[in-house]
Design a protein around this ligand. Structure first.
Ligand SMILES: O=P(O)(O)O[C@H]1O[C@H](CO)[C@@H](O)[C@H]1O
Ligand code: HPA
Length: 298
């Protein structure tokens, strides 16, 4: 590594080589578990798991990440099979507000690419701005607004690594249309259709939740759900040509009125996440099982 924040190709390669030497699994799908959604990884069969701290070059989980994951499972990379398809799952992600640079936040994505991953599934907990959404709804992400990115905070800043992708990657259509349609079909067949939405996710920097004026601004911008993650991971995955699918679990309605006495807190976010964790697990499992990928174990 050159400087504290500069990461070079060999750093990603070193982590990937180490992982490939430690597990026989050769995943084609990577899944990132959002806050309180760490249970998603528990569906994996024949697991090999690695604490982030034990993987050479990997960023370390902070206290927040530990608090936001299932106790005892935080900060782990879990390899295994979902209905016969080999996957790797991040139990606990890295956030910008934890003090990580965006290169660190997205470090695992490039490692996944080098492991041979072709599809990234991102999940997150988010607050809703859309008045028709309810707590516990699942929003299939159609598109995102990357507010930090618009202000110049972008994991792709700096010299472009051509081995991963082009200098100026397009982001229109980054959330795969085919997978979105498939998710809706699955939700219908599983009887989930009444609480599944499709919308625009907006990333804010956090760690504070939104002020009322900020919430009103986001609402006017056409944001359906807001959170403090996801966009950087999706950018980096899109840059290196991965297929991306995203789900937001609506854990709270963002306060938009000065008359409203409610306020959001992280504990209630985790409570709602856990309530819907199993539903998300079922949906993601079914989606992976229907994907046209090869099961590839060495
Ligand atoms: O996006 P994930 O990691 O699911 O977490 C969401 O929940 C936390 C706030 O409760 C924030 O980190 C927000 O981004
Ligand atoms: O209301 C929210 N705002 C930002 N991030 C969040 N993560 C869960 N809920 C929220």
């Amino acid at each position: 590594m050159h400087s504290k924040d500069q990461i070079c190709y060999e750093d990603y390669q070193q982590s990937a080589d180490w992982l490939l030497s430690q597990t026989q699994h050769r995943p084609k799908v990577a899944i990132i578990c959002g806050s309180g959604l760490g249970l998603l990884a528990d569906a994996l069969k024949c697991q090999d798991s690695f604490k982030y701290g034990d993987i050479p070059g990997f960023p370390q989980s902070t206290v927040h990440a530990i608090a936001s994951s299932v106790q005892g499972h935080a900060g782990r990379l879990v390899f295994g099979e979902l209905k016969g398809k080999t996957c790797v799952c991040m139990q606990g992600r890295f956030h910008m507000y934890e003090g990580h640079s965006l290169c660190k936040v997205t470090f695992p994505i490039r490692v996944f690419k080098l492991l041979g991953v072709e599809t990234l599934i991102v999940t997150n907990a988010a607050g809703s701005l859309n008045d028709t959404y309810h707590c516990g709804d699942i929003m299939v992400i159609k598109d995102h607004i990357n507010l930090p990115g618009l202000a110049g905070l972008n994991p792709l800043n700096g010299p472009n690594e051509e081995k991963f992708g082009p200098r100026f990657p397009p982001m229109s259509g980054v959330y795969d249309k085919h997978l979105r349609r498939m998710a809706f079909d699955i939700c219908k067949s599983l009887g989930f259709a009444q609480f599944v939405q499709e919308g625009v996710y907006c990333m804010v920097g956090g760690p504070n939740f939104e002020s009322i004026a900020e919430a009103r601004l986001l609402h006017r911008l056409g944001v359906d759900a807001v959170g403090m993650s996801t966009a950087p991971e999706v950018l980096v995955a899109g840059h290196c040509g991965m297929r991306v699918f995203g789900l937001s679990l609506i854990t709270n309605k963002v306060v938009k009125s000065y008359e409203d006495t409610e306020s959001v807190n992280h504990e209630s976010v985790l409570e709602v996440s856990k309530m819907r964790s199993e539903t998300l697990q079922t949906l993601v499992t079914e989606l992976v099982s229907r994907m046209d990928i090869n099961n590839n174990t060495a």
